[in-house]
Design a protein around this ligand. Sequence first.
Ligand SMILES: [Zn+2]
Length: 190
Amino acid sequence: MTTIQLKFRGRDILRASGPVNRAVPDTAWTPSGKEVSYHVVLPDSQERDVAMTKSLTQQLAGVGYSPADITYLALSHYHYDHTANANQFANATWLVRREERDAMFAPKTPPVTQPSTYSALRHSKTIIIKTDEYDVFGDGSVIINSAPGHTPGHQMLYLKLAHTGPVLLSGRSLSLSRRAGIRSSAHVRV
Ligand SMILES: [Zn+2]
């Protein structure tokens, strides 16, 4: 899996990184060129084993960017395996739904979260999305869709790409699509 990072009209939007380094902050491990195993212990005592090869910083550098270059941050949802490097993007504008943000900063956070990985977003410039669809640039090229269920404020990203055509980054809605019998070969797991 790769970093999903896109440039539109001179502005950048980062959707997500691959599944492995979404789970562990770059600051918590050192890439060796080979797969690195990491045991995650979450605040709610749940444990996960993940394997990583490249850091998010490395993946971004591979396409010519650093975290400071990113203008917008939109997480699909708040689980630990989607927020690991969120603090690196605290200077970006965070696009989030009220119910998701409220849960992330509640005194008792939801299960399977790692609040330390996104704590810096508390003070980020934030746009609270109030509509089912949010057109990021106002031209239909990048639309964030509400898709609650997996988490209260889960969201998907619709992209209208010049050469590829429309692409839907479904986040964790994919499992729901499968259950409903919807073909999902075009989905990108993020
Ligand atoms: Zn999740």
